[in-house]
Design a protein around this ligand. Structure first.
Ligand SMILES: C[S@@+](CC[C@H](N)C(=O)[O-])C[C@H]1O[C@@H](n2cnc3c(N)ncnc32)[C@H](O)[C@@H]1O
Length: 227
């Protein structure tokens, strides 16, 4: 899979060079290209933003540098996404769907956003990571890339993806590791016994409780009955 990220701030992307994502890149499972939109702006000033037509606060990112940047990287099967608080909410199921694409381009806005004409010209899909406003699309692009890359086959252990929050309608159960007693607090006895059926039942009950408490909207109505 190839992920191209278009940004005015390429130095913000250091987190994609660490840990599991770095290993996925090193193993050739994903190619990540960070592209500086300013490289496609015109000299002498390399201007990438201007005042909004119609007035209003802030600056708007101009069409031309973005257009030229996309023209230089687009492929026949690429899909282009604009990071935008106005977009549809990104989710685990969207991450799964996107992880099956060959080539995606993520456009990071800044300031007041991007001139609508370039969004329309490339039929971009707008994606939001939540109902709040960030200063730019760089963090959303990293969040979305991370969520997608870990779903590429064998980037992480396949079992980890099956049993995690949002893979079903339940959030995950509590996790524990060594030591079995820490400052007087013991790990639930059942997890030490090796009875896999009992452990599975215990974890399922815990997952239901946690989901009821934190995200009842995820639960099927029959699991909510005694809350
Ligand atoms: C300050 S925001 C612009 C907000 C815009 N004026 C509005 O009211 O919808 C600048 C850029 O940050 C990015 N951004 C901010 N919040 C975001 C979010 N929740 N999800 C995705 N991108 C976001 C977008 O790329 C946006 O163009």
């Amino acid at each position: 899979m190839r992920i191209d990220i278009l940004t005015l701030f390429p130095e913000m992307f250091a987190p994609l060079k660490e840990s599991i994502i770095k290993r996925a890149v090193d193993d050739g499972k994903v190619e990540i290209n960070i592209i500086n939109i300013r490289d496609f702006a015109s000299p002498p000033h390399y201007k990438c933003d201007d005042e909004p037509f119609g007035g209003g606060a802030g600056m708007v990112m101009m069409c031309e540098p973005i257009y030229k940047a996309i023209e230089s990287i687009k492929t026949d099967d690429c899909k282009i996404f604009y990071m935008s608080p106005r977009g549809k909410r990104f989710s685990q199921s969207k991450a799964r769907e996107m992880s099956e694409l060959n080539h995606i381009i993520l456009l990071c806005g800044h300031y007041e956003g991007v001139d609508q004409r370039v969004i329309d010209m490339f039929n971009m899909e707008e994606l939001s990571i939540g109902d709040y406003i960030l200063t730019g699309g760089e963090l959303p692009a990293m969040v979305i890339s991370d969520a997608i890359i870990r779903l590429i086959p064998n980037v992480i252990t396949p079992d980890s993806i099956v049993e995690e929050s949002f893979s079903t309608n339940l959030l995950e159960y509590n996790q524990y590791t060594r030591p079995s007693v820490f400052m007087g607090q013991s790990v639930p006895e059942i997890l030490l016994g090796g009875n896999h059926k009992k452990i599975e039942e215990f974890r399922k009950a815990q997952a239901i409780e946690i989901t009821k408490k934190n995200r009842p909207d995820l639960l099927k109505p029959d699991l909510l009955k005694d809350s």
